[in-house]
Every structure is written in C-alpha cells, then in structure tokens.
Design a protein. Structure first.
Length: 316
C-alpha cells in the first residue's frame, strides 16, 4: 500500500512540474523584430529600458561594436610580426635584410643565431665553422675556438673598428692575409695558438698581447723586425714553433717572453741588453722562458745584466 502511495505522489509531482510554463528569456524590441539576427546592432539580449553593459553580456553573444572594430582589423602580417618580435643586433640596428638575429653567414644562418652574442661579444666556439662569419659592426670581442677555419682573408675583419680581442685558438689556420689584422685600429689581444700558421702577418701597433704558440713558423715565419714598432706589446708567446732564433728587436714595453720548446741554439749579449751601455736597465722584462731549447744560458752571462730576473732555461 505504501509503495502505491509513493508512486502516485511521484507521478503527481512530475505532472505539476511539466505543466509550469518556461519563460521566454529572449526579448526583442518590436522595432527590430523583422530584421535578421545578424543585422541587429547587438545580437545579445536587448531591453529598451536598460542600458547595455558589455560586462554583463552573455557568453557566446556577439562582441560590442567597439571590440568588434578592434578584432575586425586585418591580422598582423608576417612583416609586422617580425618587426615586433625581432631583437636588435648588438650594435642596436635592425636585423632587416641580415637575418633574424644578425648578419647572414655563408650557410644562410644568422651569425648571432649560429653563435652567441652577449653585448658586444660574439662567441662562436666549437661550431664547426670553416670560415670567419660576418660580424656585427660593433663587435668588441670575438671568440671562434675549436673550429675548422683554414684561412683568414683580407676582409674577414674589415671595418670592425671596435674590435679589441680576437681568439682563434685550435683551428686549422695555415694562411693569413698580411693585412687581415693590420687595419684594426683598436686591436689589443690576438690569440692564434694551436694552428698551422707558417707566416706571421703584419700586426697593428696597438697590440698588447700576442700568442702564436703551437704553430709552424720555423726559421722564416717571422719577418725581420716584426715586433719593432709594437710599442705597447707586453706579452709575447711563441712556444712550440721550431724557431731557431730570438726575433729581434723586442719592444721596450715587453714584460713576458715565452720561447720554450723551440730550436734556439744561441743568444747574443745584446739580445736583451745594450752591450756598450752598462747603465741600461730593462725593468719591464721580468718573465723570459727559454726552457726546452738546445741553448746553454751560462755561456752568455752578460746578456742578462740589465734584466731584473734571469731567464728560465738550461744553465749547463
């Protein structure tokens, strides 16, 4: 009996709910009743007695006209997107016409995408390069170590007037144009160690540091008086080059001279000092390395009288 009553009451409630009329929530003003929906000024709920508030518009309705105008404008073209997103080169100029992030390399890749550009420093270490890539004009420090560069051409560093340091350690360089570095007005440090260089090029007078260790200069790879006009040179490293002599004259500014592991067999008394001037003192040159050479330093004692320290090498 109880079950029959529960069923009857449930049926009654269902019928009551079903007969309740559902209010029509869509209200159109009679003025727009015959106009197609897409031509209405706003295809959201419209009430002539209520001001429209865009925030209260239902999800899925058309956007207000102000927002529609903003979205109806033409989409960004590829050029516009590039203009907005493209970073500047390290010299502050636009990258248009020269790749996304820098000048194009010979392979069509932007230098600063292939390498790493931080401020005015360009790092191209271990990138399997076979040539010096085009560099931004304001490059100050350039590192391209552990690559496969075989040749330095005349224009590889042309017009790079801010360049202060070049490091090309551990490449396959065997040929350097004689003017490749000479026209760089601010070059101070040049590192060419661990290559296959047979002839040292012309050097700018601004150099303070030169390292050409572990090359193949031999007895003819350094021209006569190659370092004479380098009045600011302080560190000169020419180790492991099969040299048979000390390249003279050496600038007065020199502080360190490393010539170990060569084939130097003799030294003159005026190599470092002035044989006729016993009052001459060369205080700057404090670090001379001649170890690993077939030379007996004890045979030329007067060659070191003007130096603050004796050279390092064989004294027997």
């Amino acid at each position: 009996m109880q079950t029959f009553v529960n069923v009857f009451l449930g049926f009654f409630i269902f019928e009551s709910v079903g007969t309740v009329p559902i209010p029509d929530t869509i209200i159109y003003d009679s003025e727009f009743y015959d106009i197609p929906l897409e031509e209405l000024p706003h295809s959201f709920i419209y009430d002539e007695n209520k001001q429209f508030d865009p925030v209260e518009a239902e999800v899925g309705t058309a956007l207000p006209s102000i927002i529609q105008e903003r979205y109806s404008s033409a989409p960004l073209t590829e050029e516009t997107e590039d203009e907005v997103s493209t970073p500047k080169l390290i010299d502050g100029s636009s990258a248009q016409g020269s790749g996304v992030l820098g000048p194009q390399t010979q392979d069509g890749l932007p230098t600063c995408l292939l390498c790493t550009c931080l401020g005015t420093t360009v790092y191209c270490d271990d990138r399997e390069l076979d040539a010096v890539p085009p560099l931004p004009k304001k490059t100050t420090y350039f590192y391209s170590r552990y690559n496969r560069i075989r040749k330095i051409s005349r224009n590889d560093f042309a017009n790079l007037n801010n360049l202060k340091r070049i490091d090309l350690t551990a490449n396959f360089i065997s040929e350097i144009h004689k003017d490749a570095f000479r026209r760089l007005p601010q070059l101070q440090e040049l590192v060419l160690c661990d290559n296959r260089i047979r002839q040292l090029p012309e050097l700018p007078s601004t150099l303070t540091f030169l390292d050409v260790s572990k090359n193949r200069l031999g007895r003819k790879g350094i021209r006569n008086e190659a370092f004479k006009d380098l009045d600011e040179l302080q560190h000169l490293y020419i180790t492991d080059n099969n040299l048979d002599h000390i390249p003279l004259p050496l600038p007065e500014s020199l502080q360190a001279l490393h010539l170990q592991n060569n084939n130097i067999q003799e030294m003159h008394e005026d190599t470092f000092c002035k044989m006729r001037d016993f009052t001459y003192v060369r205080r700057a040159l404090e670090d001379i390395r001649l170890d690993g050479n077939p030379i007996n330093l004890s045979k030329t004692p007067y060659a070191y009288m003007c130096l603050p320290r004796l050279p390092v090498g064989n004294l027997i």
